[in-house]
Design a protein around this ligand. Structure first.
Ligand code: NDP
Ligand code: DXP
Ligand code: MN
Length: 384
């Protein structure tokens, strides 16, 4: 029996993880579930998967959840970051981290410190605190198996060569909903436009990140940490069909690629069952049906967030943490119709200008800077 804890169980990745576990059958059991405020869905998940512990965002959600559960059979219900950390600290060998944002840092650390496998969807924790998380994972001999589709693809492509033989790690990008829009038309983008991802059905924050291409910038930083890849060996290639999930180019000129449908249940299952590959019951890729695959260079003039993030990654120190925190605030403001699409990237750029210098010596430094960057971003928002 393998126990799995899911952080962010009510989200796009979390719900698909539960589908995967249900399809895998009795050999996989849920140990803990953490969610935010969707207690109705969490209550259904509790009835079906019987976790020992659950966590929710706040006391109000805890009270609402308890009112939905049969008290005689209810799991322990914890709250906030402490609840997330307690779930990650349960003795389950696999923790799926699928919360959104820098909130994923502390539970990621809690999981790797005890040597658990971290099946990682939450890219923001590596962007903000990758050096510390990777160091702690290495010290505890904990595996980090990526769920993010591109990194999961790279992980698979890396099985056929040594890291020292890699010439380039090539991350594919769909280009998002505005790939074919003219640059001048981006001024009129609405929230609804930005939420129409061409291929993937994801949470709102990552969908907006895909629309600015900040997502790909965050993924470059994520790849740098996961594969210890120098930035000058990480490339981005636009591939509108999202069928080739990423590629590794080896020194001898061979390109290894991983191809599949755009369905996150495959990378989730890969990360949970690794190194075993298990049959999946969902539709499989038919290349004859797809017909053609296309590729193009990214347009960093039209999507300046990509360059901003890659520059922040190269700069290192506090810059990726500041980039991520400012982006979380900016995307949230965009989703609330408080700022325009183009203001997302300019706001992040201004916060980076103000707070880019210095380097964290500890995770507390990272969390402190994360807070400062959010404050700075909110202040700039009030100034218009
Ligand atoms: N969706 C995808 O296909 C992919 C996602 N990722 C990454 O995975 C992560 C999750 O993405 P996605 O599933 O799309 O996002 P969603 O917004 O769909 O889900 C986020 C999850 O986090 C939970 N959450 C929110 N606030 C808290 C809190 N305070 N404490 C605990 N949990 C909380 C939400 O709970 P609730 O809804 O109950 O409030 C929800 O379960 C992101 O980092 C994203 O970048 C990476 C690759 C692909
Ligand atoms: C499914 C996944 O991994 C997302 O990160 C996805 O790749 C986003 O698509 P973009 O390539 O448009 O950023
Ligand atoms: Mn991705």
């Amino acid at each position: 029996m393998t126990y799995v804890t899911i952080l962010g169980s009510t989200g796009a990745i979390g719900t698909r993880t539960l589908e995967v576990l249900a399809a895998l059958g009795d050999t996989y059991q849920v140990a803990g579930l953490a969610a935010g405020r969707n207690v109705e869905l969490l209550a259904e998940q509790i009835c079906r998967f019987h976790p020992q512990i659950v966590a929710v965002a706040d006391e109000e959600s805890r009270a609402r959840l308890l009112s939905l559960l049969d008290r005689s059979d209810a799991p322990e219900v914890l709250v906030g970051d402490e609840g997330l950390i307690a779930c990650a600290s349960l003795p389950a060998p696999v923790v799926v981290n699928a919360v959104m944002g820098a909130r994923g840092i502390l539970p990621a650390l809690a999981a790797v410190r005890r040597g658990a496998r971290l099946a990682l969807a939450n890219k923001e924790c590596l962007v903000a605190a990758g050096t510390f998380i990777m160091r702690e994972a290495a010290a505890a001999n904990a595996e980090i198996v990526p769920v993010d589709s591109e990194h999961c693809a790279l992980h698979q492509c890396m099985q056929s060569g040594r890291p020292s033989e890699v010439r380039r790690w090539i991350l594919t990008a769909s280009g998002g909903p505005f790939r074919t829009w003219r640059r001048e038309d981006l001024a009129s983008v609405t929230v609804a436009d930005a939420l129409k991802h061409p291929n993937w059905n994801m949470g709102k924050k990552i969908t907006v990140d895909s629309a600015t291409m900040m997502n790909k910038g965050l993924e470059v930083i994520e790849a740098h940490h996961l594969f210890d890849a120098p930035y000058d060996k990480i490339a981005v290639l636009v591939h509108p069909e999202s069928i080739v999930h990423s590629l590794v180019e080896y020194e001898d000129g061979s390109l290894m690629a991983q191809l599949a449908t755009h369905d996150m249940r495959l990378p989730i299952q890969y990360a949970v069952t690794y190194p075993e590959r298990v049959s999946l019951p969902w539709p499989r890729l038919s290349l004859a049906t797809v017909g053609g695959l296309t590729f193009e260079e990214p347009d960093v003039e039209k999507f300046p967030a990509l360059r901003l993030a890659m520059d922040a990654g190269r700069a290192g120190g506090y810059a990726p943490c500041v980039l991520n925190a400012a982006n979380e605030v900016a995307v949230d403001a965009f989703l609330r119709n408080q700022i325009s699409y183009s203001r997302i990237t300019s706001l992040v750029s201004e916060v980076l200008d103000d707070l880019h210098s210095g380097s964290p010596s500890s995770i507390d430094d990272v969390l402190h800077m994360d807070g400062l960057a959010r404050e700075r971003a909110r202040l700039l928002l009030t100034k218009g």
